[in-house]
Design a protein around this ligand. Sequence first.
Ligand SMILES: C[S@@+](CC[C@H](N)C(=O)[O-])C[C@H]1O[C@@H](n2cnc3c(N)ncnc32)[C@H](O)[C@@H]1O
Length: 188
Amino acid sequence: MPYMLRSARYLSHDVLKEAVQPGDTVIDATMGNGHDTLFLCRLVGEEGKVIAFDVQEKAVESTRQRLQEAGVLGRATLYHRGHEHMDEAGVQEVSAIVFNLGWLPGGDKSVTTLWETTRVALEKALTMLKQQGVLLLCAYPGHAEGDRERAEVMKFLASLPPQQYNVLHQRFLNAGPGAPENFIIQKQ
Ligand SMILES: C[S@@+](CC[C@H](N)C(=O)[O-])C[C@H]1O[C@@H](n2cnc3c(N)ncnc32)[C@H](O)[C@@H]1O
């Protein structure tokens, strides 16, 4: 198949394919409908572990069903809890952490990620990453909270010490102002 330069989400999946090995422990900080959780379950294989969070019961149920149908539910622990509590899952040396910000597609748009809790989760996530582990964050500007959150994410990530983290920002320049933006952070 020819290589296609597609959405921000596909770009982050390309990174995950390189960074995650069978047997790894990884975190999906925003499970939503479970697409990323399923992708991660396949990458970590039977010996690996996926920890996933969402504040909405609907998201947890939708993810549970998706993983069950794919036969990989046993690889995941699904928390109906905010990602700002991710340290309470008791895992360390995590090889990848994924944040897909915003609201549940097809769901209640008033339940969106908020910078105040995203910041706490990001700070914890960085301490839980192993050396060479990656944190992938997709931000969605184009609505009030999304714009604010993206601006704060930019400030926070740009201030990380370059001796400890590499931070990359990706955006399709000709896709309009509301286009999703990827941030890739690797711990040194
Ligand atoms: C864009 S969706 C995620 C899509 C998902 N990655 C997928 O593959 O389907 C964002 C999700 O973040 C959830 N969310 C909002 N605040 C949260 C928080 N503090 N902790 C965890 N999840 C949160 C929303 O409920 C929503 O389901």
